[in-house]
Ligand binder design. Structure first.
Ligand code: ADP
Ligand code: MG
Length: 234
């Protein structure tokens, strides 16, 4: 795709991020010097070999983990120097997450799983369910609202997880191999859906994927290699 939005204000900006794991078994410089700007409405794919630091980078960008060095801005707000509580608030207000395994709560229906982030925010249950219903509709699952995760296919569960990540209207969704557990056909459908949500709702996406064909559907492709991000050759 060539129509990458570059004019809008960044939803995420990182400068010179560094992170090292040192756990007795040897030092691993996972993030060496990562600088990155993700614009509003942009869809960015990150590829890279297993162990190249993709998940670590997403965790740092998503305020789930701290870099050893470097600066980060989320939705225009500087993330360094914030208390844990302020970091949580910034994360909850501005970011959504989708993982390789859906992490849905098995004892709740699809609708209540999607409504959960709003209920946690103390929204009234009826209002939360109403918004959740709209998101289930967006991902084409209004007919599955009362199903439990165990009654859904793998692709349907990932779509519920996507709806849940979107229900708080985040500026940016961080997705870590969201199609990694799906077959080819279902993975294609999921990626097409991600792109449609990106266009319809204007949500920015950072998507880690093993699959260069799927990555090619994003506006921009970067590759993690030896702790650095570079333009991907896919
Ligand atoms: P990817 O997602 O690209 O597969 P990760 O970010 O999960 O890569 O891991 C990058 C490297 O950092 C790997 O060598 C991994 O073993 C190491 N690593 C990840 N998390 C930890 C941790 N909590 N403690 C020590 N090493 C870790
Ligand atoms: Mg990973």
């Amino acid at each position: 795709m060539t129509d990458a939005p570059t004019q809008a204000a960044p939803v995420l900006r990182a400068e010179h991020l560094q992170k090292t794991y040192d756990e007795g078994t040897g030092r691993v410089d996972v993030l060496r010097d990562i600088s990155l700007t993700v614009h509003a409405r942009e869809m960015l794919a990150i590829i890279g070999a297993s162990g190249s630091g993709k998940s670590t980078l997403l965790h740092v960008l998503g305020l789930l983990d701290q870099p050893d060095q470097g600066r980060l801005w989320v939705a225009g707000q500087a993330a360094d120097g914030l208390s844990e509580r302020q970091r949580s608030r910034l994360r909850n207000q501005s970011l959504g997450f989708v993982y390789q395994f859906h992490h849905l709560l098995p004892e709740f229906t699809a609708l209540d799983n999607v409504a959960m982030p709003l209920i946690v925010r103390r929204m009234r249950r009826a209002a939360a369910r109403q918004q959740a219903r709209q998101l289930l509709d967006q991902v084409g699952l209004s007919q599955r609202a009362t199903h439990f995760p165990g009654q859904l296919s793998g692709g349907e569960r990932q779509r519920v997880a996507l709806a849940r990540s979107l229900v708080t209207q985040p500026a940016c969704v961080l997705a870590d191999e969201p199609t990694g557990n799906l077959d080819r056909h279902t993975a294609d459908a999921m990626f097409t859906l991600l792109r449609r949500v990106n266009q319809d709702l204007g949500t920015a996406f950072i998507i880690v994927t093993h699959d260069p064909a799927l990555a090619a559907l994003a506006h921009r492709q970067l590759e993690m290699q030896a702790g650095r991000l570079q333009a991907a050759g896919c």
